[in-house]
Design a protein around this ligand. Sequence first.
Ligand SMILES: Nc1nc2c(c(=O)[nH]1)N[C@H]1C(S)=C(S)[C@@H](COP(=O)(O)O)O[C@H]1N2
Ligand SMILES: [Mo]
Length: 332
Amino acid sequence: MLIKKPDDIKSSEITSESVYLNRRNFIRAATLAGTAGASGLLYRRLNPASQKAAAPNAPPNGLNAAVEQVASGYRTAEGEAANSFEDITSYNNFYEFDTSKSGVASASEGFITRPWTVKIEGLVNQPREFDLDDLLKIASLEDRVYRFRCVEAWSMVIPWLGLPLAKLLAAVEPMSNAKYVKFVTLYDKKQMPNLRTDILDWPYQEGLRMDEAMHPLTLLASGLYGKSLPPQNGAPLRLVVPWKYGFKSIKSIVQIVLMEEQPRTTWNMANDEEYGFYSNVNPQVNHPRWSQATERRIGQCTWGNCVETKMFNGYADQVASMYAGMDLNKNF
Ligand SMILES: Nc1nc2c(c(=O)[nH]1)N[C@H]1C(S)=C(S)[C@@H](COP(=O)(O)O)O[C@H]1N2
Ligand SMILES: [Mo]
């Protein structure tokens, strides 16, 4: 069950997230899809050196990671075993690099993530620009094994290493009128080939309500399996909100802004009828084009979706109260 069969990954690509595009955008998308792939390839051909560039966050090799995994026995509180390091680092979504899940790892190889600064600003009394290594030195990092559920109905169990976002926010002293938090990904055309396309509005942006951002489950992850995050998983710092669909987990964060207004998000802007601001995992509210009642756990389901999706991805006891009285059909 822990060993991925290569076939699983192949068959899963049938439901590529690139079909997100609605009727309105379909033709534009069809035209650009070719361009995106081609320019990524061209970029890699023109810049072979970048793949060989120093990779300070180079992940451990697959064998060591597999051995570690067996030895570590990372599990969720409910006893679900973590996916293998290999699964977690070879089936990814990171559109800045590649729109195919199996292509992200190679397209992001050599992504340079040092030095790295994260600005925290907006409605705070102590705006700060952190050097990431300074931040990681002062933060006490925690291991958290969470279920991770993509809006496209695949899922994994991932052993993150990170710091609760609440601790970082407390350090900058939010003002009382701060109601939302906006997160922004690095915008670097030299390193991210798809920024030359308009398959999404760049830079990638996400948002949380203040109480969600302050929730103890919400993590800023700097690693997985106890090691630095590999580029494909959002090095050097990415958000993890385990009761929300995967696209809320914005990668390679450079800026965090506290705001009074609800920020727009990248997937909202791409298609607000399909991707709402809240994006809470909810088996009772289907995506307009597919059911959200079940999921395909990578490495476990050999055919179809073999796991029932739980309300708030199984974290209802901890988070449901934040949405009491809200119509979750409207606030999807
Ligand atoms: N900057 C950025 N962050 C992103 C994405 C992206 O394309 N760009 N994809 C999102 C989606 S749709 C998912 S499912 C998760 C995937 O995270 P993983 O590759 O670590 O599993 O990253 C999210 N964060
Ligand atoms: Mo996703």
